[in-house]
Design a protein around this ligand. Structure first.
Ligand SMILES: [Zn+2]
Length: 257
């Protein structure tokens, strides 16, 4: 039985809201990182940068069918840090039928046909995920590198106590503060191997195993863990891969009451 693993977070590890939590190898400045854009394939990216796609796949721990996602960071020279793992709760260990796209297993558990030329389908992914903003506020830190370190999410500044809402329907697979640095953290698993994470909460209002609807209040924003001020550190992962949340969120934050 394949163990279903949540590569989480630890996601976070690389999150630069703080400087601790070093679960990933340090990244030297000489390592070039490419952020995947719509229309890219692993093959096209490797060709453009004069690398063999198999080499690029190895450096980024990608397996057949080499699916890459808009917003994903590809290490062109160095070797990407391996994702860390947190086991899912038991009820997620059995195969979940009908949840993954086309019933495929996720990368790494794999057995799917090689399709290195597969294109990134932004439209499809957007349709699949359809996230909404967890809070309304100013984005004070974007996805990508910050002070020379990767930042695997976005920071949204809000007053302490602001309701934090689920970005989409899903199951809470983590609600705790065991991960140093993230303070009170919630992770929700959505369909299609997608996860969202909400860190630094003043308090978590849902427990692991809870099924939540989009827009449901799951926490109160705060500054627990390593945070310089009250904000929501929001991450989106497709499988183990951190992706730019702004790609999956509506352009404008809608006003909530
Ligand atoms: Zn952050």
């Amino acid at each position: 039985m394949a163990l279903r693993l949540l590569y989480l977070l630890v996601l976070l590890a690389s999150s630069a809201c703080y400087k601790t939590v070093v679960l990933q190898a340090p990244v030297s400045k000489s390592e070039a990182i490419y952020q995947v854009r719509a229309g890219d394939t692993l093959y096209s990216v490797s060709k453009r940068h004069g690398t063999d796609y198999r080499t690029l796949a190895r450096r980024n721990h990608l397996h057949y069918p080499y699916t890459i996602y808009t917003g994903q960071r590809l290490y062109l020279r160095g070797v990407a840090p391996r994702p860390s793992y947190i086991p899912l709760p038991k009820r997620h260990k059995k195969p979940v039928r009908g949840r993954s796209v086309n019933g495929k297993k996720r990368p790494g558990h794999g057995v799917v046909k090689p399709r290195p030329h597969k294109r990134v389908s932004t439209a499809r992914h957007r349709r699949v995920v359809r996230l909404s903003w967890p809070v309304r506020g100013k984005v004070t830190s974007k996805f990508g590198r910050r002070h020379g370190r990767p930042h695997d999410g976005i920071d949204i500044s809000v007053p302490e106590g602001t309701p934090v809402r689920a970005a989409a329907e899903g199951d809470v697979v983590y609600s705790s503060r065991r991960l140093t640095g993230y303070g009170n953290l919630i992770i929700i698993r959505h369909t299609h191997d997608m996860f969202t994470a909400y860190a630094h909460n003043q308090s978590n209002l849902v427990r692991r195993g809870t099924h939540v609807k989009r827009g449901e209040i799951i926490a109160r924003a705060g500054r627990t863990g390593h945070a310089s001020g009250p904000h929501v550190h929001f991450e989106v992962r497709r499988g183990p891969t951190p992706v730019n949340p702004l790609v999956y969120l509506p352009k404008r934050q809608r006003k909530r009451r």
